[in-house]
Design a protein around this ligand. Structure first.
Ligand code: SF4
Length: 357
């Protein structure tokens, strides 16, 4: 592992001067940067582009303006408001953490790194960002954007997920963080990574760090940071059992709290190749009148790829009404739905009953 680039003196002043002129000052979470709003925005921005977060942040904080409102909400509603942002563990952790803040800290976001990182979903970088952006305290951050900038500027080889590389990056992040204007600096380095030092096409000609950037000097911008070593992604297959009653309502089932689409509602699943018709009649107390195999869907997760066989069953319900709390609902498209749906499920509903959700 090598590292180069000039000392610390020029790094922060150049970034700050650039940020004053070219930073994205109009992002909604930069207005009123309370610890709560910074926290929500940082969690939304993990693994999600700014353009997508822009359409979720304002409605979310309007509905849940503070920790108390988020803690008081049901997790279903939080997941519902998160539907489409993906990586739902983030929403579940946000909600769990809000309840812990209510219990342990009287509803106020804690003011120190240790208490913040003890909350679910808050790592050292997010905790640093909350304290730096909301309170101007000097804490380094190392999110994906900052990691990319530092890897390139210092021409650091090795995958940043490796602990030796990570340690080195934290030390550099600490060294570059200035003693004053910490909030502006933190925004600046995140903005630089998001707008100029981008993953695919870094715009070095406009970058305030161009003089002194190791990757630029060695023409290795496209090699750095080194990607995660490749692993074969396993392929899995499942069948969606789409039960539609005579009124056009679909049967939805709550998924287990952890794992893929944890806590969201979706179609029940069956084993591909099995007698799915008999399974539906047995499991859901219905009579199947007609069945149809729909085209396969493919969904990629970080750890595996999922092939989905959707099977549509037109059914007559035999009786037993579903009760609250049994984890199943019959949902008529067009009716308000205050639970989170897995993305392929909302796509299938939209396809089968266009314009109703
Ligand atoms: S000069 Fe290019 S590679 Fe180096 S920090 Fe700037 S944008 Fe990134």
């Amino acid at each position: 592992m090598s590292s180069r680039g000039p000392g610390t003196e020029a790094f922060a002043p150049r970034l700050l001067a650039w940020y004053a002129r070219h930073g994205r000052h109009d992002l909604p979470w930069k207005r009123e940067p309370t610890p709560y709003r910074v926290w929500v925005s940082e969690i939304m921005l993990q693994q999600t582009q700014v353009a997508t977060v822009l359409s979720y942040f304002a409605p979310f904080v309007r509905r849940f303006p503070d920790v108390a409102a988020l803690a008081a909400a049901e997790v279903d509603e939080v997941l519902h408001r998160w539907s489409g942002l993906g990586y739902y563990a983030r929403a579940r952790n946000l909600h769990r953490a809000a309840r812990l803040v209510r219990e342990r800290h009287g509803g106020e976001m804690p003011g120190d790194i240790e208490a913040l990182t003890a909350l679910p979903g808050i790592g050292a970088s997010t905790a640093g960002a909350i304290l730096a952006l909301a309170k101007g305290e000097r804490h380094p951050i190392l999110d994906a954007n900052v990691q990319r900038v530092l890897c390139r500027y210092h021409a650091i080889d090795g995958w940043p997920g490796q602990s030796a590389v990570r340690k080195r990056l934290w030390a550099l992040a600490e060294r570059h963080t200035p003693r004053s204007e910490v909030a502006a600096y933190t925004q600046a380095i995140m903005d630089l990574g998001a707008t100029l030092c981008t993953r695919r096409r870094p715009v070095c000609a406009l970058c305030p760090l161009e003089n002194g950037c190791g990757a630029r000097a060695e023409r290795r911008q496209h090699e750095l940071p080194a990607p995660r070593p490749k692993r074969e992604r396993p392929q899995r297959r499942t069948a969606f059992l789409i039960l539609r009653d005579a009124g056009g309502a679909f049967l939805l089932e709550r998924r287990p709290p952890s794992g893929v689409w944890g806590g969201l509602f979706g179609f029940p699943e069956g084993v591909p190749g099995g007698d799915l018709r008999a399974e539906c009649e047995r499991r859901f107390d219905v009579e199947v009148k007609a069945m149809q195999r729909l085209g396969d869907l493919h969904h990629g997760f970080t750890h595996y790829a999922l092939d989905i066989e959707p099977h549509l069953f037109d059914v007559v319900r035999r009786g037993s009404e579903l009760r609250d709390g049994d984890g199943r609902i019959w949902h008529a498209p067009g009716d308000a739905l205050e639970v989170g749906l897995a993305v392929p499920v909302s796509r299938l509903i939209e396809m089968l009953a266009p314009g109703t959700r």
